[in-house]
Write a protein of this length. Structure first.
Length: 119
């Protein structure tokens, strides 16, 4: 599944749009593994926007950013991540806001419990 992401890098006056495809399933069928892959894809997209030569398989830790799931004006929800580097928004997705929020929270909690290394 192709997912549109809008990226804003701190210090720039414009946003850019990219497409990621980290999962095959539609949002209503996502697993927590799929949600983690989407979040990692979003983080890699903003990393590539800042540094186009960055390694595509560089390790990613799911910490050090704020996230929110918000309703989208024409339907569905979006995922927004914000960090010192800037912000990235993905979607819209056809899934209930509460369901996606719960899945992201469980993914983030599992990452924190695992004590993953942040790069």
């Amino acid at each position: 599944m192709e997912i549109q992401v809008d990226i804003w890098l701190r210090g720039n006056n414009h946003a850019t749009t990219d497409v990621i495809a980290p999962v095959a399933r539609e949002p209503r069928a996502w697993t927590e593994g799929d949600v983690a892959a989407v979040l990692i894809g979003m983080l890699r997209a903003i990393d590539r926007a800042k540094d186009p030569d960055a390694s595509a398989d560089r390790p990613v830790g799911l910490r050090g950013f704020s996230w929110i799931v918000n309703p989208f004006e024409s339907g569905g929800v979006v995922i927004a991540l914000e960090m010192t580097l800037g912000a990235v928004v993905a979607g819209p997705f056809d899934v209930a806001e509460s369901v996606l929020t719960g899945m992201i929270q469980r993914v983030m909690d599992a990452e924190r419990a695992a004590g993953a290394t942040v790069h």
